[in-house]
Design a protein around this ligand. Structure first.
Ligand code: TYM
Length: 332
């Protein structure tokens, strides 16, 4: 079976709809056909300041949400990044393989550091994509299911894998991004030209999966559309309506064309009312399941411990080969 690997940050509170539709949903599907490794990236999380208690709670919360979304520990390997020390170790090796200019071109760092100011942005934030490279190469992943905003990091991974292979001999699988066109970028409900993100200016544009479903219904109903009347998929001319159609179509498995037909001659109100219902039906059981996992932290922690053990077996082998190729003296 081909292998996939992906990761998600343990953010405060809840995953948002973009995380789910852009990435996690694909993770769930791919565990059926692939040898799948998924992790909560707590090492990545500390590139910005974190309260220790909250980080610990958010890491469990992230794992609980992944299980609630449908990850099955019998079908995939679910683990926490810091439980596998090889990530930091290979991260260093990859740091030493990356050009300073090359790292400087990563657009996510530019965006994030611009928001924080260059004195507050850490060196960790700067090398963040390089740690991500290590994450992927450790598992010899063939594909990496992510949203569009991660594409550049996968390209860097490919470059570094090829560079290492060229210099030291075939060592790493060169991975491909697995990005579904339809859901590669879910947009903010209030500003449908910006991607949905935790750092949005207007919280009404962000659907947090663990919010009270009533709040979610309200946000859907107040989503920004346009001044026409027609329900038509046209991301250029009608970004708001198109975003709603994408969300609706993905959550229900109904084709966009079918939805366009269904709402022909009807107003935006009808579309929003129905989508609000679809969304409530999705988030309500999701919240319940997440809470069930949180209520049983022992089971949750033991799932993560088993996952870490499986992950380490793979990661340790890749790291050992890497060290040997580089010329590190074996410790014996
Ligand atoms: P993170 O935690 O920011 O996001 C998790 C996943 O959600 C996707 N995503 C979106 N997809 C569509 N529309 C949106 N509006 C949207 N917002 C977020 C992201 O593309 C991502 O797939 N660097 C990564 C975590 C990471 C990782 C890895 C991923 C660390 N190591 C190794 C893959 C492989 C990140 O910060 O994702």
């Amino acid at each position: 079976r081909p292998r996939v690997l992906s990761g998600i940050q343990p953010t405060a509170g809840s995953f948002h709809l973009g995380n789910y539709l852009g990435a996690v949903r694909q993770w769930v599907a791919l565990q059926e056909s692939h040898d799948a490794f998924y992790m909560v990236v707590d090492l990545h999380a500390i590139t910005v300041p974190q309260d220790p208690k909250e980080l610990r709670a958010n890491t469990r919360l992230a794992a609980a949400q992944l299980l609630a979304a449908g990850l099955d520990p019998e079908r995939c390997t679910l683990f926490v990044q810091s439980h596998v020390p090889e990530h930091a170790q290979l991260g260093w090796v990859m740091n030493c393989l990356t050009g300073f200019g090359e790292a400087s071109r990563m657009t996510q760092f530019k965006d994030k550091s611009a928001k924080q100011g260059s004195d507050r942005a850490t060196v960790g934030l700067f090398t963040y994509p390089i740690l991500q490279v290590a994450d992927i190469l450790l598992y010899q992943a063939n594909e990496v299911p992510v949203g569009e905003d991660q594409r550049q990091h996968i390209e860097l991974t490919r470059d570094l894998a090829e560079r290492f292979n060229g210099r030291y001999g075939q060592t790493y699988t060169v991975p491909k991004p697995y990005i579904l066109k339809e859901t590669a970028k879910i947009f903010d409900l209030q500003d449908p030209t910006a991607k949905m993100s935790k750092s949005t200016a207007n919280p009404k544009g962000l659907i947090n999966l663990l919010d009270d479903p009533k709040a979610t219904v309200k946000k859907v109903k107040s989503a920004v559309t346009d001044t026409e009347m027609e329900i038509r998929f046209d991301p250029e001319a009608k970004p708001g309506v198109s975003n709603l159609l994408t969300i609706y179509s993905t959550l229900t498995g109904t084709g966009i064309a079918e939805l366009e037909q269904k709402y022909a001659g009807k107003g935006y109100g009808a579309l929003k009312t129905d989508l609000a219902e679809v969304m409530a039906e999705f988030v309500t059981p999701f919240r319940t399941r997440t809470q069930e996992y949180l209520d049983d932290p022992e089971t949750l922690d033991s799932i993560l411990a088993k996952g870490a053990e499986k992950a380490r077996a793979v990661a340790a082998e890749t790291l050992a080969t890497t060290y040997e190729r580089i010329g590190f003296l074996p410790a014996k």
